[in-house]
Design a protein around this ligand. Structure first.
Ligand SMILES: NC(=O)C1=CN([C@@H]2O[C@H](COP(=O)(O)OP(=O)(O)OC[C@H]3O[C@@H](n4cnc5c(N)ncnc54)[C@H](OP(=O)(O)O)[C@@H]3O)[C@@H](O)[C@H]2O)C=CC1
Ligand SMILES: CC(=O)C(=O)O
Ligand SMILES: [Mg+2]
Length: 638
């Protein structure tokens, strides 16, 4: 039964009795005061989780009636109002609570802003339609990004609803490629704060600063130091667009409620000369901190966030390879954290490669028989190699056999034993005993790869000659130019299909449009981007209270994603499920991650009853953007 405090408040409003195991799953027992009860068949969002004590306004018949059926596995449940202490125009200015023209008359009265909105009341569907009309009338992608961010700053529920319902259309505007331009223009477009910034001047204050963040229960932090933003290099504090975009996907694709995410720029300066001279640049206008000073600052940040939010998941994003692996190694054993570019990209690429092998009609266990060239030996390149190698070992190969499948190159060419001393420990694992510094073209000629992956940040690196050379010894080459944004892709989809006469199996980091050949053949380029993994991984790790993120969790995430591709997807040449299914994908990945956390004894928040039905356990925790009735705190006190 619900708590007595809750029952008291209910009586004072409308005498509803609820039975509830969790606050998210209240089902009706009786209601002696509302003729509308039968019409309330609604699920309520986990946005209310832990903050809601009452059911009230929803039963006065003045709230929208949502027919969301069995969402979250609950057939008949109520929209639970959120108690808020703000009122009046403050609510209209708070994007988390604002519903714009969707506020009903009763709510306008209760919250005291009658007269502050035009008369006509719209529902979320009409609001969305109106927004989409305006968005689609706009030609420029960056202006679409600005329109979406304006909406984000005005009305988070509507913003996330637009994303959830139209993720395929919206992802390119809030994420790669457009987010790259948004970052480059961050300072000139800056309007209002979102997220937090930590600088060296904040040393000694961070533990207090985290309490400036207004939300008491943050589940996911995405932090960047801006040192390698996509393939655009060091953008310093302008990199804030990346954590904002990633966390928008956490909410829309991963079902984490918007007030539970925190974007962070860890501003340790910038080495970008243009930004150091730019009078409009908003970050710390000094050369980057290095060495011990940098790590001391990061230690303080990590301690501070963990002190306020002990279970928070920290996602490291777009740190240059100088520090990315070191940071991961420093914190991965005693903080709940992961590096998206190393681990998320590795898991996603593994899923894509397994899908490509299936598309070729090969057994996935042939992974260890492939000859894999990875152009780029940074965070993404080595992260991919590590996860593919782990998969080969899971399939029964020895580490030596597995390593032998890889040919990894940096700017100097093939990583060879002759320069092992100049490489980091993770790169050294993959050095070849011969052909140190061999060029990409010569590696392709000599070793005849079956798989070519690009994570170099060098747009156009895969030339027609290179791809034709690869194709000459491999009938159906697997070609993944993964660098972002689009102009950094090692080749375009059109080029890859053209140079291989449509024979290649293609996936890229940023999206490409469908391609139609003159002979009528149609190709659907896949997008191989860590966005397929991090929302589900983060959701799973967070809801089960995982103590850390392990390699096995990444592996099961990849496996789950790979198994999600339908027969129809495969027939169309798609290596990943369509983005329209991203919430399902994230849900499944989260369940797999929770199962793995339980297996490894790392889950701290899964009760035995929940462990029997992880599907609903995770589903119940997923936020869905719809308007929740707002009740002023004062009004419902008993
Ligand atoms: N699709 C996805 O999901 C993801 C895509 N990416 C993309 O991957 C790219 C790389 O990211 P990340 O690994 O973090 O970046 P890093 O800077 O860590 O690594 C880049 C690597 O590319 C190498 N390189 C540069 N030029 C060449 C060249 N001409 N030939 C061969 N190698 C070259 C660099 O060599 P050197 O060390 O000698 O300079 C370095 O090893 C970015 O564009 C990023 O957007 C990243 C994560 C996820
Ligand atoms: C996708 C991503 O994380 C990157 O390009 O860095
Ligand atoms: Mg990244």
């Amino acid at each position: 039964m619900i708590s007595s405090a809750c029952r008291g408040s209910l009586k004072s409003l409308c005498s509803v009795q609820l039975r509830s195991n969790t606050r998210q799953h209240a089902s009706l027992i009786s209601c002696n005061n509302s003729p509308n009860v039968k019409r309330f068949s609604t699920a309520f969002s986990s946005q209310t989780d832990g903050e809601v004590l009452t059911v009230g306004g929803a039963l006065s018949g003045e709230e929208p009636i949502h027919e969301t059926g069995e969402w979250a596995g609950c057939k008949r449940s109520f929209m639970i109002p959120i108690r808020i202490s703000v009122r009046g125009t403050d609510i209209l200015l708070d994007p988390l609570y604002n519903k714009g023209t969707a506020f009903k008359t009763g709510e306008r009265d209760r919250l005291r802003f009658r007269g502050m909105l035009p008369h006509r009341i719209m529902n979320i569907h009409l609001q969305k339609e109106r927004f989409l009309q305006a968005l689609r009338a706009e030609d420029s992608n960056i202006r679409k990004n600005v329109m979406l961010e304006d909406l984000h700053d005005r009305n988070e529920t509507l913003y996330h609803r637009v994303l959830v319902d139209h993720i395929e259309e919206m992802a390119p505007y809030i994420y790669t490629p457009t987010v790259g331009q948004a970052c480059m223009e961050f300072a000139t477009r800056y309007r209002r704060p979102r997220g937090m910034y930590f600088t060296e001047e904040d040393r000694g204050h961070m533990a207090a600063m985290v309490y400036n963040w207004p939300h008491r229960d943050v589940h996911v932090i995405c932090v960047t130091d801006g040192s390698r933003i996509l393939g655009l290099g060091d953008l310093g504090a302008n990199g804030m667009g990346i954590p904002i975009g990633k966390l928008a996907l956490y909410c829309a694709a991963g079902g984490i409620a918007p007030h539970r995410v925190l974007p962070v720029v860890f501003d340790a300066g910038t080495n970008n000369e243009a930004l150091l001279q730019d009078k409009y640049y908003l970050g710390v206008q000094r050369k980057r901190l290095k060495g011990a000073a940098y790590f001391r600052m990061m230690d303080e940040f990590m301690d501070a966030v963990r002190f306020r939010w002990p279970n928070v998941l920290v996602q490291f994003e777009d740190f240059s390879s100088e520090v990315a692996q070191t940071l991961l190694d420093r914190y991965r054993d005693d903080h709940l954290c992961f590096n998206d570019d190393i681990q998320g990209t590795g898991a996603t690429t593994l899923a894509g490669v397994l899908g490509a092998l299936r598309a070729k009609g090969e057994e996935v266990t042939s992974l260890g028989d492939q000859r894999i060239v990875i152009a780029g030996a940074g965070s993404a390149g080595i992260g991919i190699a590590q996860v593919l190698m782990q998969a080969m070992e899971e399939q029964g190969r020895t580490p030596e056999e597995a390593k032998n499948a890889f040919y990894i190159l940096d700017q100097n060419g093939l990583l060879g034993t002759d320069r092992a001393n100049d490489l980091n420990a993770e790169q050294r694992v993959f050095v070849r005993s011969a052909d140190n510094n061999l060029s990409l073209m010569d590696v392709v000629k000599k070793y005849k790869p079956t798989i070519l992956l690009g994570v170099t940040t060098v747009g156009g690196l895969f030339t027609g000659d290179l791809i034709r050379e690869m194709h000459s010894s491999c009938e159906r080459p697997i070609i993944f130019p993964l660098s972002n944004p689009t102009n950094k892709a090692e080749c375009t989809a059109e080029q890859a299909y053209e140079w291989t006469n449509g024979q290649c199996i293609f996936a890229s980091g940023s999206p490409f449009d469908t391609i139609e050949f003159e002979d009528g053949r149609v190709f659907y380029p896949s997008q191989c981007n860590n966005m397929y993994v991090f929302p589900g991984l983060g959701l799973g790790a967070s809801v089960c209270g995982a103590q850390k993120v392990t390699d096995r969790m990444l592996y099961v995430a990849a496996e789950t994603l790979a198994n999600f591709v339908s027969k129809k997807d495969m027939e169309e040449g798609r290596l990943f499920p369509q983005l329209t299914r991203i919430r399902e994908v994230s849900h499944r990945i989260a369940v797999a991650v929770v199962e793995e956390a339980l297996r490894e004894g790392l889950a701290t928040k899964v009760k035995p009853a929940d462990a029997n039905d992880l599907d609903s356990f995770v589903g119940r925790k997923m936020y869905f953007p719809e308007y929740v009735p707002l009740v002023e705190k004062r009004e419902i006190s008993i």
